[in-house]
Each structure stands twice: as structure tokens, then as C-alpha cells.
Write a protein that binds this ligand. Structure first.
Ligand SMILES: [Mg+2]
Length: 392
């Protein structure tokens, strides 16, 4: 059996009106219209000469049509390959641009989607769910957290926290840092949330790089957060600031989480070997697909680091793929269940309608592992969504 066709669906759902950045990002006033103008995803469909179909996703923060173009140019490498050997195909795709300045960014996101589609095919051909290739069925129930409490008015944040509790979550993440200099206000809000949810709920905090290059400010914020019993501090500073991360790891007791903005086993090897992070958060649709996830996962195991898959700002397909990772890894910490969209009023069809069946049925704060009788990713794609939201 060989790959016969690679197709791409660059999806964009514009928001009905511009919104303020719902998370902290440096220079938000100047970039938020571009970053938060709409929901995006790029879906890849790979078909074999026997007519089997596999799906993958590229994380798409910007310009889905650019990813489409890259995938179309890479496709001749993939057509004619054996879908049972995605790792080998990955090496060939990577080799085409690795020494041409494209070993990160759009190119790696593009090959991530192709790689995941090939793994989906591998599972379908061998009639096995993906977790069987990643470490097996390590658990039936997957610990998870609600993502995220976004920076809105206090009453909305507290209502949302209560909603997460009522939905059964025992852990949730708070976005903070929108106004880095006004961090005292953020700390007070975390305090209010702690009061609302009680001491038994695990709270984590994500700054989305709000403290940018100021790791000393991040340290001050971290010390206050520690007093409130928050479990991890995610992306306090710019993702490339390895020595800033190492400083925070060395000076804070709370765990430092990192990984959603980075690419391939090589970025992770650098941070892990320098002991610059405590919790590793790769996104399969960005790091290079499941081929890279598997290699990063093995590295984390060797260094005794916990793994917490990142799924934010992707479609439901990424969440479904990540559930296999969460099922299979011995060092899984917790799974990110996306429960809030950027816009309060605009429904996100990429997250809520792309799959024919929802997967995230919670039971006492846990998700169920994917079903053993559904090979590959084990989901059915609603093709109508692919057609309706495709842009060129
Ligand atoms: Mg994050």
C-alpha cells in the first residue's frame, strides 16, 4: 500500500467583531487584531492507493493558506511512500529544508499535519488505535484540567470557575499577566479563585510569555503565586530565553512549564538537558507530529520529567490525537481540555463541530481513554466543516 494523495484544508472562521486579547501577549494593543481575528486550523487528508484515508492537523496561529502552499509543495515527497513508515517519511521531509533555514515555524507545522495523517493511516491499516504505537494502554481514565479561566471581569471569571467545578473538573488553569506591571491585581484575582474553588482543586497559571524578557519580574510573581498553592507557572517569559527559564527553575519551588511554542526533539533536547524546565508541554500539531512527540516523550522519561500535552488554539482533532498520547505515556501529568474559546459570543466550529462525535465525556474529573475498537485517531471528521470554512 502506498500514499496516493495529499490534500489540505486551510480553515478560517472570522470573529464577528474584534476582541481584546483574551490572554496576555506582549504588545497586545498592536497585534491582537491579527492574532485573535478568527479561529484557525489546517487539516491534512492523506489517501492511499487502496482508498484508506488518514487525517492530521497543523497548528495554525496565522496564515493557514501559507501552510496549504507548503504542504502542496512537500506532497510529492510523500506520495508513493509506505504509510506504515511515518518516521522514515518524516526524516525525508525534514531533510528537504533542515539546512535551508526551515527547521522551525510554518514548515515544521506543515509536516506535523502530514505526519499525524500518516500515523492515523498506520493505525487504520493495522487496525490498532494510535496509543498502541506510543506506549500502549497505560490507563483507562485520564487526569485532566479545564483550560482556561481567561482575563475577564472578576464576576465572569468566578462564574466560569464555578462552571468548571460543576462540570466535574478538579483542576483548572488561570491565564494571567495581561498587565505585567499590575501583577498585584492578578494575584488578588488568583486569591479570589482559590477562595471560590477551595483548597482541594489544583490551580495552575499560564502567563503566555507576559513577562517577556523580565525574568526577575516573573520571579516576583512566581513567589506570590507559590503562597496561593498554584501548581505550575506556564510560559512566564519568552520561549527562547533558556537561561531565564533555568533561573526561574532554580529559584522557584513551583514547577515551570514550557513547550507549546517550540519545535522538534531538538528544541526540547536543549531545554531538558540544561534542566531549564520542570514540565514539558509539546503540541503534536506543532512539534512535528507524533513522530516528534514519541521522541520527546522518551526524552522526558529518561530525565524524569512529567509530560502534559498542549492542545490550546487547535481544533478538536488535535485534542483527539493528544488523548492517545495521554493514554500511552507512563509520565503523563495531566491533559488540557479546552473549555473556553477566545470569543464569548462566537461559537468555534473547529472545536465543537469538526468531529462527528464529541470525545471529552468527563467522569469524576477524568476523561476516558479512546476506544480500543476504533483504529488510528478513531474519530470521524465532519467534511462539511472542511468545505465550509476552507480559505485559499
Ligand atoms: Mg499556554
Amino acid at each position: 500500500m502506498k500514499v496516493s494523495k495529499v490534500e489540505v484544508f486551510p480553515l478560517y472562521v472570522p470573529l464577528s467583531e474584534a476582541i481584546d486579547a483574551p490572554i496576555s501577549i506582549p504588545h497586545a494593543d498592536k497585534v491582537q487584531d491579527i492574532v485573535f481575528g478568527g479561529y484557525r486550523a489546517t487539516i491534512v487528508r492523506v489517501t492511499t492507493d487502496d482508498g484508506l484515508v488518514g487525517y492530521g492537523e497543523c497548528m495554525t496561529r496565522f496564515a493557514p493558506a501559507a501552510l496549504k502552499k507548503i504542504i502542496e509543495e512537500v506532497a510529492p515527497i510523500v506520495v508513493g511512500t509506505d504509510p506504515l513508515q511515518p518516521e522514515y517519511t518524516w526524516e525525508i521531509m525534514y531533510a528537504s529544508m533542515m539546512n535551508r533555514g526551515h527547521n522551525r515555524g510554518f514548515f515544521i507545522e506543515a509536516i506535523s499535519g502530514i505526519d499525524i495523517a500518516l500515523w492515523d493511516l498506520r493505525g487504520k491499516i493495522l487496525n490498532l488505535p494510535l496509543y498502541m504505537f506510543l506506549g500502549g494502554h497505560q490507563r483507562d481514565l485520564i487526569p485532566c484540567y479545564a483550560s482556561s479561566l481567561r482575563m475577564r471581569e472578576k464576576s465572569i471569571v468566578l462564574d466560569t470557575a464555578q462552571q468548571f467545578l460543576d462540570d466535574g473538573f478538579r483542576s483548572m488553569k488561570i491565564k494571567l499577566g495581561k498587565n505585567p506591571d499590575g501583577y498585584v491585581k492578578d494575584i488578588k484575582l488568583v486569591e479570589e479563585i482559590r477562595k471560590q474553588v477551595g483548597d482541594d482543586v489544583i490551580l495552575t497559571v499560564d502567563a503566555n510569555c507576559a513577562y517577556h524578557e523580565d525574568y526577575k519580574l516573573a520571579l516576583r510573581v512566581g513567589r506570590e503565586l507559590e503562597k496561593l498553592g498554584t501548581y505550575w507557572f506556564e510560559e512566564p517569559i519568552s520561549p527562547d530565553n533558556m537561561y531565564g527559564y533555568k533561573y526561574l527553575v532554580d529559584h522557584l519551588d513551583m514547577a515551570i512549564a514550557w513547550g507549546e511554542s517550540s519545535f522538534t526533539r531538538f528544541d526540547f533536547a536543549n531545554m531538558i538537558s540544561e534542566r531549564a524546565i520542570d514540565i514539558v508541554q509539546p503540541n503534536p500539531c506543532r512539534v512535528g507530529g507524533l513522530t516528534e512527540v514519541a521522541k520527546i516523550a522518551h526524552m522526558t522519561q529518561a530525565f524524569h520529567l512529567p509530560y502534559a500535552p498542549h492542545t490550546g488554539s487547535c481544533s478538536a482533532l488535535c485534542l483527539a490525537v493528544s488523548l492517545h498520547i495521554a493514554t500511552a505515556l507512563p509520565n503523563l501529568l495531566t491533559f488540557e481540555v479546552m473549555r473556553s474559546d477566545w470569543s464569548k459570543q462566537d461559537h468555534n466550529p473547529l472545536r465543537h463541530d469538526l468531529l462527528k462525535e464529541p470525545y471529552d465525556v468527563l467522569e469524576n474529573g477524568f476523561l476516558h481513554a479512546p476506544r480500543a475498537d476504533r483504529p488510528g485517531i478513531g474519530v470521524e471528521i465532519n467534511e462539511e466543516i472542511l468545505e465550509r470554512y476552507s480559505v485559499s
